[in-house]
Each structure stands twice: as C-alpha cells, then as structure tokens.
Design a protein around this ligand. Structure first.
Ligand code: PEP
Ligand code: MN
Length: 687
C-alpha cells in the first residue's frame, strides 16, 4: 500500500512539474513578445529622435506593476526586481540598436579577446554581445597585443580588453597598449568575477601543493593564498589555461583558480567558491574598434582620454578645472609613468559625456589648451546605469490612509548659536559650508531634504529572523537594515550577539533585499573586519567616549553612526565626533537615542531639543532613535512622530517578527504592521 501511495505521490509531483513547465513557457513567450515590442519602440524612437529613457515613465510602470502584483499576492520587492531586469534588458537592446546603427554593422561580428575557452574575458564578451550572440564570433588570442593586432589588421571587428579590477586595480599593460594603438573605445562591460578554487576532486585544502592561475587572479586572492601552507603558486597565461593544465596533469595536489564555468567545462570540482580578497570583485572591460562610434546624445555615454600636463605648478588642476566648468562628472583618473621620461606622468581619465555633445567638445578643447598631449580614446555607452526606484507611495497600501499624519517643521539652521568656546572644529558648522551627505549603496543620508528610515532587530538572532526583518524593511519602503551582532549588554549573562556569524546573516539579508546594512562595532580589534562587510558602523551609546574605538573607526573608509552617550552633553557628543573626523573619516552620522534623567518611567528621556541645536552647530547628518529612548513599544510611535517634526535627517527603530521571543530589547520592538504604518506616516509627511 505504501508503495502504491509513493507511486501516486510521484505522479502528483510530475503533474505539478509539468504545470510549472507550462507557466515557465508562458513567461518566456511574454518576455519574447515584450522584446519584439521593444525593438519596434526603439525604431520609433530613432525616427522621432526621442530620448531612450524616461524616469517618469519607468516610475509609472513600476508603481502600476507593484499594485498589480500586490493584488495577486506578490511583494513589491520581488516585482521591482523582476521589472528592473526587464527594463534593463530593454534599454540595453535599444542602446545596442543605436550603437550598431552608428557602427553600420550587420552580418557576423568578430570579437577578439585574450584567453582560451572559458576565460573571464570570453564570459564577459558573451555578456556584452548577449543580445546578438548568434551573429558573434569570438576569437581567442594569446596576448593583449594580439587582440589589438587583430583589430588593427581587420581580422576582428572588435577587441575586448580588461582595463581594471576592483580588487587589484588598473591593468597597466592594457593602458600602455591603448596609448599607442590606433583604436577607439566603443563600449565597456562590468563583469562580476567569482574566483573559485578548482581541482580534480573535492580534495582537502591542506593537500594542495601547487595553484595555477593568471597573475591577476593570484593577486586578487592574495589573502586566501597566504593562509595555505606548503603551497606554491604558478602564473599561466590565463585562468582557463590553468584549468586545462590541472585536468591534463591528473595530479591531485594541483588546483586552479578560475571561474566555476571554466571548471565545469573541463570537469573539475569546485573546492571553494568566492576566494577573492573582496567578495565583490568586478573587472571592467573595454570594447575597442578601428573607428570611433558616433552615438547620438540620447544614449548616456562615457568618454575616455589620455592627457599629459606640462610640468608646472597647478597644471593638473587647471586641466581638470575645464571639466568642472562644463559641469562634467569625472568617473576615473589613473596616472601612468610616461614611457622614457622618468617621474613624468600620463593621466587616463574617464568622464560622463559624449563627444557628440557641444558641451563636451568645448570642455575637451579647453582641456587641450592646458595640456601637452591629448588623445581622445572614444565615447561609448556607459554600463551600470542607475535603476529607477519605485515611487514611495507604491509601497503603501492604496486605499488605506495613514491614521497618523504629521507635518514636519524643519527649523532653519541659519541663526547658528555656536558657543564661542567650542573645542571641536571639524564637526562645527563653520568648518564646512554645505551639509555633509553620506551615500551608501544608493541611499543618501544628510543634506537638505533626504529622510532616511533605518530599521531592524536589536540583535541578529537567526537567518530566518533577519531575513523576515529585511523583507519587512523593504516592503515598508524603509531604506537601511540594522541588526546588532556584537551586543553591549548590561549583564554579562545576557545574550551577547552572534558575532561574525550574525554579521554574515545580516550581509546576506541586506544583499537579498538590496538594503545597505548598519551594525555596531564594540572593540577596536574588530573594526577592520566589521568594516569589510558593513555599510555603516555603529558606535553605541556606551562607547561614545571610548576614544581608542573612536580613533579606530576614524581610520577606516566607512560611514560611522555615533550614538549619544546616555549622560553626554551636546558639547561632549560633538567632541566625540571630532575624534573620528580628526583621524580622516569625514562620514559621521550623529544619533540622538535618549539620555538619562531623573525620570524613571521610560528607559531614557528622548532629548528632541538636541536635534535643532545640533543642526545649528554641525553640518553632520542627525538621526533619532526613539526605540532605545522609549524602552516600551507603545511609546515608540508617538516619540517617532514627534521626532520627525523636529527635522532630523533620518530615524532608526527596532522591529521584530515576534517581539515576545526576542533575545534582546523585545519590549520596545515594533511589530511589522505598526512599523509599516510608522514608515508611511513619516515618509509621507515629507518636509
Ligand atoms: C543599539 O542600537 O543596538 C544599541 C545598543 O543602542 P544604544 O547604544 O543607543 O544603547
Ligand atoms: Mn537594542
């Protein structure tokens, strides 16, 4: 009987899978149909010379589909992610049309890259030409010179060359080649590189004696390699070649560093994934051709130049000022030694703009007047275009009005009542004319109008818990995910946090829901390690005057949110910020979280007066945390609404999927529905 039962449940499963297949086919049909429309729209736009992109129209589309999705039980974040891909695909397709029209290419396109099958260059080239892969022939070359030679001689239409890596930096050989080549840049591709350790079998790390790879890949995995004992490295021409050699040698003590794809193609085993020093490791590639592209100015472009300035005072400054005068955004400046002239330099620079624009031509002419050498390498469509965020109202349920609404008064920071005897300088208003703005993964904190909501649990407790919170934060329309991993607890017997294990969970949740993360760092020794993963470091109230910790976070390049000590005056608070600023780190956020007074009905007393005072005295962004001031759920929302009205740049609140079971600060954690209402009330009451 049980066999029969198993049999019928297998049949059910098969039937369901067939059902899946049918749905998936419909998805593909719909995507293909959409692409067809995109094609037609692209041609229409070309005729009318209308712009390729309209943020307004994209916002409208996202809002409509989010509402549609909600009605069918799909969450806003999921719908947004799917449509970001769909919009991106449409834009890429239309840009490729424009580029191909400009290049006059039809028929088969030959693309030369350095490497053999499975090399990163090949994978990236496939990505770049993905819209037209059927008509693309990829030609693997032995060296970068060969790639250039192929294009110069006409044996290939395009060359595909790596130019920089986010871990290892510039690829100098390619820079030097571009100087003398008679080629133009016509495109770029940014490719995520996931280095894997590959071997014949799943051998334990300590048995590996020799690791083969491209020198760049070996550099990018330096930390991983330095931990291996009795193991040599060997440079080979490219990563895919390393894979091939490991396969051919049939030696179990050998391994290669390459992509998982290259390993799969040659039947190697992935011993360890993502072994680069930085987990976000990207390589930028340039596409070069014999003729420059003339792209109409509807396509957002980048332009690359090489310049040599004269050897006198302020020469580089005058040159760059030309770009500034025409409001051109420089995205890269790289210096290289001038061949044959010791200690003189060439500068490679990239900026946003297109040589087809009059403004850019004028800027380049002025730049030319300030330099001894100038070569335009070309204009090309830029990658990594900004994605349109759904308008904030689309996160909120359509019919239901927020019960609480509040108009925020933003007091002006004009009448600066700074005491004359201040002992802080860098933090003071006088030291900087504009308000400090801090950007993390596309979210801006500070400045004049942004209001940022940060939320999450007091402590990261489990993967499920932090994931549920991240989803709630995203779905509510809030911006940053918090979660404590190292907890400063009053009693040493209380839960102390999950440490680095918790941080990994927080990172994963942030990635999944595309939210920057903030977490507290408790000790100087941990600062660097935490800074490697967190987008913002938090210094807790108890550590506001831990001066060695303040110095340590002052030395890293990560924004720091400094919480006001529970018995600190505003003056002491600003002096604590000064410790961080004084070490170099200018990205400090201040957080008012309640101070200790004679009142014992609340955990602390939220000092809202501090907000307008701080706004007068400092240019740093100010955030209010009503949760730790209230200590009790029912007080958090009223305090938060009051806080909104005094004009901070943001707010931080604690939430929990199930506060009764929280391992810390459960009584003050908002439940998800209350939190959603709060976000709606605070974001809709925009100043
Ligand atoms: C926290 O935000 O996790 C925290 C411990 O707050 P505070 O340092 O303000 O007590
Ligand atoms: Mn807490």
């Amino acid at each position: 009987a049980s066999l029969l039962h198993e049999d019928s449940s297998m049949k059910d499963l098969e039937r369901l899978r067939a059902e899946f297949d049918r749905v998936d086919e419909r998805i593909i049909e719909a995507l293909a149909e959409r692409r067809g429309l995109v094609d037609a729209v692209g041609r229409q736009k070309a005729k009318n010379k209308s712009s390729l992109r309209s943020t307004e129209r994209e916002e409208e589309l996202l809002a409509r589909q989010i509402a549609h999705g909600k009605a069918r039980g799909l969450d806003a974040h999921f719908v947004t992610r799917v449509f970001h891909e769909v919009i991106d695909d449409a834009l890429r397709l239309q840009e490729l049309q424009v580029v191909q029209r400009a290049a006059g290419t039809s028929g088969v396109v030959r693309v030369a890259y350095q490497g053999v099958d499975g090399a990163y260059s090949q994978l990236a080239a496939q990505k770049f030409f993905a819209r037209d892969l059927d008509r693309t022939e990829l030609i693997g070359c032995l060296t970068f010179e060969d790639v250039v030679g192929h294009v110069e001689s006409g044996a290939a239409d395009y060359g595909f060359l790596p130019i920089e890596n986010t871990t290892a930096g510039a690829i100098n050989q390619v820079y030097d080649l571009l100087l003398h080549a008679t080629l133009s840049n016509v495109g770029e591709e940014v490719f995520r590189v996931d280095h894997c350790l590959l071997a014949l079998e799943d051998v334990p790390l300590f048995k590996i004696r020799r690791i083969l790879s491209h020198p760049q890949a070996l550099t990018q995995c330096g930390k991983f390699l330095s931990k291996l004992r009795n193991c040599q490295t060997e440079s080979v021409a490219d990563t895919a070649l390393a894979v091939r050699k490991v396969k051919e040698d049939q030696d179990l003590s050998q391994a290669a560093i390459a992509s998982a794809e290259a390993g799969r193609d040659h039947g190697l085993h992935v011993v360890q994934r993502n072994i680069a020093d930085q987990d976000e490791n990207y390589t930028r590639f340039l596409v070069v051709a014999k003729q420059p592209l003339e792209i109409d100015d509807r396509v957002p472009c980048k332009t690359s130049l090489v310049i040599a300035t004269s050897h006198d005072e302020g020469a580089l400054l005058r040159a760059l000022d030309a770009l500034h005068q025409y409001a051109i955004n420089m995205t890269k400046l790289e210096s290289r030694p001038r061949p044959g002239v010791p200690f003189e330099y060439l500068f490679y620079l990239d900026f946003e703009g297109n040589m087809a624009e009059a403004r850019v031509q004028q800027a380049v002419e002025q730049l030319r007047a300030e330099t001894r050498f100038l070569k335009v390498l070309g204009s090309y469509p830029l990658q990594g275009r900004a994605r349109t965020s759904p308008p904030s109202h689309s996160y909120f349920a359509p019919a239901k009005q927020a019960e609480t609404s509040v108009a925020s008064a933003t007091p002006s920071a004009t009448a600066a009542v700074t005491p004359s005897n201040v002992t802080y300088k860098l933090a003071s208003r006088g030291s900087k004319s504009k308000n400090t703005t801090i950007r993390v993964r596309g979210v801006t904190i500070g400045g004049d109008d942004a209001f940022v909501m940060m939320a999450g649990p007091c402590a990261v407790e489990s993967r499920e818990q932090i994931r549920a919170c991240a989803r709630a934060v995203k779905e509510a329309g809030a911006h940053i995910l918090r979660g404590g991993c190292f907890k400063p607890r009053t009693s040493p017997y209380s839960f102390q946090g999950l440490g680095f294990e918790g941080l990994e969970m927080l990172v994963d949740a942030g990635r999944e829901f595309e939210l920057p993360i903030i977490t507290e760092v408790l000790s100087s020794e941990d600062v660097r390690a935490v800074a490697r993963h967190a987008d913002i470091l938090q210094i807790g109230a108890r550590n506001m005057q831990n001066f060695s910790l303040l110095r340590a976070v002052g030395q890293v390049d990560r924004p720091v949110m400094l919480k006001r000590g529970m018995s600190a005056t505003i003056d002491e608070f600003l002096n604590a910020a000064e410790y961080i600023l004084g070490q170099g780190n200018q990205q400090v956020i201040l957080c008012e979280r309640g101070i200790r007074t004679f009142e014992t009905s609340t955990r602390n007393t939220l000092d809202l007066g501090a907000v307008p005072i701080l706004k007068q005295r400092t240019h740093l962004p100010i955030v209010v945390d009503p949760s730790h001031a209230a200590g009790e759920r029912s007080l958090v929302v009223p305090l938060a609404l009051a806080a909104r009205a005094v004009g901070p740049h943001g707010m931080m609140v604690e939430i929990h999927p199930n506060p009764e079971e929280a391992l810390s600060d459960g009584p003050q954690a908002l439940r998800f529905p209350e939190f959603q209402d709060l976000v709606r009330a605070t974001l809709l009451s925009g100043a």
